[in-house]
Design a protein around this ligand. Structure first.
Ligand SMILES: C[S@@+](CC[C@H](N)C(=O)[O-])C[C@H]1O[C@@H](n2cnc3c(N)ncnc32)[C@H](O)[C@@H]1O
Length: 244
């Protein structure tokens, strides 16, 4: 399905307060991404889609840097990043067409690139923003992500396969780390699954408001087809280096 940046913006804006307590998998992804960075000092860091700062706060504990630029399409994200970083520059706007001067030796993003309508174009753009010797590190998701929701409702982002992500990334960077793993969460009630998705901004998948009847049908079907009430995440971790 096509993404709608206005809808994404609205849903993430609403979910910011409850995001971190629900973002179990995104925290895991952030930790893995940081662990795979090839060095721990960078002069200019650009973080894309920083949200409430799940990656930001973990990253700055693990690296040193001179200048930090943080971007999100939701301007309210700045309020959260202000509590983590003292001296940084906030860049509000769509990372797919971000106007920012200069080049960076670390471009990093957690759980956001899946929202890009054109990953290849975005990576090409950020290749030109990466300094020689620099690192690009991002996480996204593979097609099995939320497979239960896709099976039950037909709603899903157009996730790229690991091979597609590898192929596109290799066009612009030397890929030094690439991993895909599944992580299954279990809930006690399908309503909890809906709340979990809402609180992590994922209901940006649909513009439609679900009435009570629709919610009940969803819950009944979930219990029937996935009686263990699982929700599968399928994160992808990518670390690349500047390529001539
Ligand atoms: C799943 S959250 C991840 C937040 C954070 N990076 C983390 O580590 O948890 C995705 C974030 O990306 C932002 N976002 C989505 N599409 C974007 C875009 N095109 N440009 C910039 N930010 C975007 C959302 O507003 C949201 O804050």
């Amino acid at each position: 399905m096509q993404t709608n940046s206005k809808l994404i913006k609205n849903q993430f804006k609403k979910s910011l307060d409850k995001y971190e307590q629900n973002a179990v998998v995104q925290v895991l992804m952030a930790d893995k991404l940081i662990e795979k960075l090839p060095r721990n000092f960078y002069t200019r860091v650009l973080e894309l889609g920083c949200g409430s700062g799940v990656l930001t706060k973990r990253l700055v504990k693990n690296i040193s840097y001179n200048k930090y630029y943080a971007n999100d399409i939701v301007e309210k994200s700045k309020i959260y990043i202000d509590t983590i970083l003292k001296d940084y520059i906030f860049l509000g706007g769509n990372a797919q067409r971000l106007q920012v001067n200069g080049i960076f030796d670390l471009i990093i993003s957690n759980a956001m690139f899946q929202w890009f309508t054109n990953l290849e174009k975005a990576l090409e753009y950020y290749k030109n923003k990466l300094a020689k010797g620099g690192t690009i590190a991002f996480t996204t998701f593979a097609p099995d992500n939320f497979k239960e929701i896709r099976d039950l409702t037909g709603l899903s982002l157009e996730y790229k396969s690991l091979e597609e992500i590898r192929e596109i990334s290799q066009k612009f960077f030397d890929v030094i780390y690439l991993e895909n793993f599944d992580y299954t969460m279990t809930f006690t009630n399908p309503l909890e699954i809906l709340a979990h998705m809402k609180n992590t901004g994922v209901n940006a998948l649909s513009t439609k408001h679900w009435g009570l009847k629709h919610v009940k049908e969803f819950c009944d079907k979930y219990k029937e087809i996935y009686p263990d009430l699982t929700l599968t995440y399928s994160p992808v971790i990518v670390v690349g280096e500047y390529k001539d």
